[in-house]
Design a protein around this ligand. Structure first.
Ligand SMILES: [Zn+2]
Length: 257
């Protein structure tokens, strides 16, 4: 028999070279339906398990995922894409961040060298508001670099730090979803809730780092604080670089301008 996949000659039910089945089953409506159902069910179940596990005991479950069982959580990139997409669609649809919330105080303008720079920064902060999940995703490499350097002695690889920080960013995006119904019901709470959300995101990040990188009680607390502070600054600068690169093309990619 000749393999359909690699043209290798073989006997039996499977190709001895690439493992391809000798006879490929025909698609029927039933087999297509079963396949779609099984795929959806496994992804949906794993998604909700991941949400639950990363909310209740994130450090333990992340360790299980990294060192024992790769089926324990939805893969970090799928989790991030899913939560980032849902959050972006909803925040744009409901004008979630159209508050001028991140604007610099006009009184502060006196400290700036030029008015152009002041206006540029204000546009940048409006952009970080409107695309908050995007700016979080862009900041992931900065958090990865900071946690890798500061917790170097814990012997996690750079790749493992990337995975951990990707899960954290995805989880933070999902927390925003929890706020959405409350803000829609009671719009006057919006500013307080968004303040609370930022604090909650930072606390969540601290909790995960502290659980994963236990270098002794107070040293860990100090390192976690320094790490997150540096990562936020670096993330902001990195986003500023990206933003200044895309500004000339903003009209092309942004239908909301
Ligand atoms: Zn083959």
């Amino acid at each position: 028999m000749i393999c359909n996949n690699c043209n290798h000659r073989f006997r039996g039910n499977f190709c001895s070279h690439c493992g391809q089945k000798a006879e490929v089953d025909r698609f029927t409506m039933r087999s297509v339906g079963t396949e779609a159902y099984e795929f959806t069910r496994s992804i949906v179940v794993l998604f909700f398990q991941t949400v639950y596990r990363l909310s209740i005991q994130a450090p333990q479950h992340l360790k299980t995922f990294l060192f024992k069982d790769r089926e324990h959580l939805l893969s970090s990139i799928e989790y991030l894409l899913f939560s980032g997409t849902v959050v972006s669609i909803l925040t744009i649809k409901f004008n979630f961040f159209q508050t001028g919330y991140n604007q610099i105080d006009p009184m502060a303008q006196m400290h700036f060298v030029s008015t152009e720079f002041f206006i540029f920064l204000n546009h940048f902060f409006a952009y970080t508001e409107e695309y908050s999940s995007l700016t979080n995703i862009i900041a992931i490499p900065c958090f990865t670099l900071c946690s890798y350097m500061i917790f170097y002695r814990e012997h996690y690889t750079l790749g493992e730090h990337l995975i951990v920080n990707t899960y954290i960013a995805a989880q933070q995006a999902l927390f925003l979803l929890l706020l959405l119904p409350v803000i829609l019901l009671i719009p006057s709470w919006k500013e307080y809730l968004l303040d609370g959300y930022i604090v909650a995101s930072i606390v969540y990040n601290c909790w995960v780092y502290y659980g994963l990188f236990p270098e002794g009680k107070w040293l860990s607390v100090l390192k976690v604080a320094v790490c997150i502070f540096l990562a936020y600054i670096l993330g902001l600068l990195f986003n500023l670089c990206i933003y200044s690169l895309i500004v000339p093309y903003k009209e092309l990619i942004d239908p909301f301008v």
